[in-house]
Design a protein around this ligand. Structure first.
Ligand SMILES: [Cu+2]
Length: 359
């Protein structure tokens, strides 16, 4: 069964019903690699509530849980000793750390909306790949193994010599091959990594990217920290995206709002890797945030509620919720929002604040 669902027909469907339900209905039971419909996903969908915004039904979070991804770095979501299989820290004489990672490329079908599967190329089986986080001056060592079906590389943004760039002729790691990337973590800021094999747009949109956070030596003030990677998926390979999201799963945080606390600073590490579209954006309702572009300065020069980023651009955002309740966030390109890139924060009063409010 050949899938002929184009972005435009999807948009018509989305426009004909409530936005998210349209997305889900359009894709219900379809597997984008053209295989038989996923009947179990469709059945699951029918039992879910259908009168709220967002997709209908739930994705499986067994392999990839967007809520967990938000607050994980350096494989912190894994219990020891499993974590040490992928990440190790070794103190160095100057007080910095050697941070060593096991990163592998592997082909994997991932669920990007309920019942909608995308044949991705992944780092460590997930999209986005694991968030890499270090302090300025640390040494990063990545033991890379390509278990995928195509040649891949790791290309980090940040200071490094050409031999570590992963983009030059001869630097592709063939299927079954390995390479060790090693470089110092600098400058401090919010960066990213992605495969740089040709054709680049195909290797990126298939899912080979992740966030790379370098903390300043004097850490930023304490905050509730979240990693958000704006991405999208061309599910029928026509060089246009059909599904948009932050951290891969369309409308996930419409169903599972991100819990935050009133009065506690929130820091968002926002990266845009969206392929095919020139721009993406982040808009937050009812609030403003401070912007630190590329995170390379500790001085914010911008306070806004809408930030636009080109592919590869990123920014650290800081804000504090003043009021309890639900706050929507989404791409301000309405089309992207309707195709999956929207969600909610759920701001809750701390216990002391509730008591004060009752008094
Ligand atoms: Cu690649």
């Amino acid at each position: 069964m050949k899938n002929t669902l184009s972005r435009r027909s999807l948009l018509r469907l989305a426009g004909a019903s409530s936005v998210g339900a349209g997305l889900a209905a359009a894709f219900a039971g379809r597997r984008m690699d053209g295989e038989a419909p996923a009947a179990e996903a469709y059945g699951h969908r029918q039992h879910a509530g259908s009168h709220q915004m967002g997709v209908v039904g739930r994705v499986s979070t067994e392999n990839f849980d967007p809520s967990r991804f938000l607050r994980s770095w350096n494989f912190s979501h894994l219990p020891e000793p499993e974590r040490s299989r992928y990440y190790r820290e070794t103190p160095r004489p100057d007080g910095s750390l050697l941070r060593e990672y096991e990163i592998y490329a592997v082909d994997r079908e991932i669920e990007i909306a309920p019942g909608l599967f995308f044949p991705a190329w992944t780092f460590n089986g997930q999209v986005p790949g694991p968030t890499i986080r270090a302090t300025e001056g640390d040494r990063i060592r990545i033991n890379f193994l390509n278990q995928g079906s195509h040649p891949h590389t790791l290309h980090f943004h940040g200071w490094h010599p050409p031999a570590m760039d992963g983009s030059l002729p001869g630097q592709e790691v063939e299927s079954g091959g390995t390479f060790v990337y090693e470089f110092d973590a600098e400058p401090f800021g919010l960066h990213l990594y992605h495969c740089h094999a040709a054709p680049l747009k195909r290797h990126i949109h298939k899912g080979l990217y992740g966030a790379f956070i370098v903390d300043p030596k004097t850490p930023r003030p304490p905050a509730d920290e979240l990693v958000m990677v704006m991405n999208a998926f061309d599910t029928n390979f026509d060089a246009e995206n059909e599904v948009y999201a932050v951290n891969t799963v369309a409308h996930f945080h419409m169903m599972e709002p991100i819990p935050v606390e009133v009065g506690r600073p929130v820091r968002i590490y926002l990266v845009n890797v969206t392929e095919f579209d020139l721009l993406n954006s982040f808009h937050l309702h009812g609030m403003f945030f401070q912007v630190y572009r590329t995170g390379t300065s500790l001085e914010s020069r911008e306070v806004t509620d809408t930030l636009m980023l080109c592919q590869g651009e990123r920014a650290v955002l800081e804000t504090t919720f003043r009021y309890p309740g639900r706050f929507m966030f989404h791409a301000h390109q309405s089309e992207f929002a309707e195709l999956g890139w929207m969600g909610f924060f759920e701001a809750k009063l701390l216990r002391g604040q509730e008591a004060a409010g009752e008094a």
